[in-house]
Design a protein around this ligand. Structure first.
Ligand SMILES: [Zn+2]
Ligand SMILES: [Zn+2]
Length: 335
């Protein structure tokens, strides 16, 4: 982490200038300093990442569903290994949460989207644009189901007036689209010397194609379920993984929410509301079974719904079957 520089950090925002990435700045320097006093959680993550050896996972947003203003932000995660970083999903809040980790934008090599529900993709474009102002690499790669290419092109076009003005004003290279790799079906999507990423189709009706991802690094394997009901494809993908990040629902909590929402005017019956959610997601008891069957080391629960179910309840339900470590993630949990 760099030295605290009160003058530069205090003055630039007052002038309305963007905090452009300073040339030659060290990794983890950008978001540090001024934020430490008011963001204890972010500061703690930054300290852990600074001393980290090997691959680290940060759960950024851990909430479920496209409703703003809740205690948990929408789905997003960060993997950091040395000077390289990867983002998985871009729900609302991803950019702020990413900044709080202190990882510089220039470290981001790739973005992976699991599917095109808004709680997973709504801040994809803004992350690209705000990252462009702070050194996001031009050779960035983006992976996800179709129509990711169209979404990316259209976002760049939609913001062209704004970005052209900024590019002129601050002598920046043009805002351009990342290299998009649409994933139409299960398979290996990335293979480099120290990372292989595989995707499989999971079951998340009515979404046409929802993906789970497995990241294999030399020291760690991490699997993300994305959104899915209990999925054999996911169980097979996760076989022997060190970490499985899995979504979960708590049916009694959803039944309670259903009654409250219908009483509040929702035009559905409580049973239909429960069915709408239950047909596309995995009850916590089944998550424990999947983790045990796959033989993973650590189960991380993220994208959990409803928000107000206590962490012990999630843990106890999963632990009825799963005998490994269980982490009930909250925003900015680091593993
Ligand atoms: Zn979701
Ligand atoms: Zn979804």
């Amino acid at each position: 982490m760099g030295d605290f520089e009160p003058t530069r950090r205090a003055v630039l925002p007052l002038l309305g200038l963007p905090l452009l990435a300073p040339a030659g700045a060290q990794a983890f320097e950008e978001a540090a300093g001024w934020a430490d006093q008011r963001d204890a959680r972010g500061a703690s993550v930054r300290r852990e990442l600074e001393k980290a050896v090997g691959t680290k996972l940060v759960l950024l947003g851990t909430g479920a569903g496209p409703v703003a203003g809740r205690a948990r932000q929408m789905a997003s995660s960060l993997i950091v290994r040395g000077a390289k970083a990867h983002i998985v999903d871009c729900g609302l809040g991803v950019t702020d949460l990413f900044m709080r980790t202190g990882v510089p934008f220039r470290a981001v090599e790739s973005i992976f989207l699991t599917h095109h529900h808004p709680d997973h993709n709504i801040e994809y474009g803004p992350f690209l644009l705000l990252g462009w102002l702070r050194g996001l690499p031009r050779q960035l790669a983006a992976y996800g189901p179709p129509p990711l290419a169209q979404m990316t092109t259209d976002y760049v076009r939609a913001m062209a007036g704004t970005t052209a003005m900024w590019a002129r004003d601050f002598h920046l290279a043009d805002f351009s689209a990342p290299q998009v790799h649409e994933i139409p079906a299960s398979g290996v999507v990335l293979h480099t010397r120290d990372l292989t990423v595989r995707a499989v189709a999971v079951d998340h009706p009515p979404v046409d194609l929802a993906l789970a991802y497995r990241f294999d690094f030399p020291d760690r394997s991490i699997v993300f379920s994305g959104d899915t009901r209990a999925s054999d494809n996911l169980t097979a993908l996760a076989a022997g993984a060190d970490i499985l990040v899995h979504e979960a629902i708590h049916l009694p909590g959803i039944e309670r929410q259903a009654r409250e929402q219908v009483a509040g005017g929702l035009a559905m019956t409580p049973a239909d509301f429960v069915q709408h959610i239950a047909r596309a997601h995995t009850p916590i008891g089944d998550v424990g079974k999947i983790a045990q069957r796959a033989g993973v080391g650590t189960l991380v629960l993220s994208h959990i719904y409803p928000d107000d179910v206590a962490a012990e309840v999630w843990r106890d339900e999963a632990a009825k079957v799963f005998k490994g470590d269980i982490i009930v993630a909250s925003d900015l949990t680091i593993v």
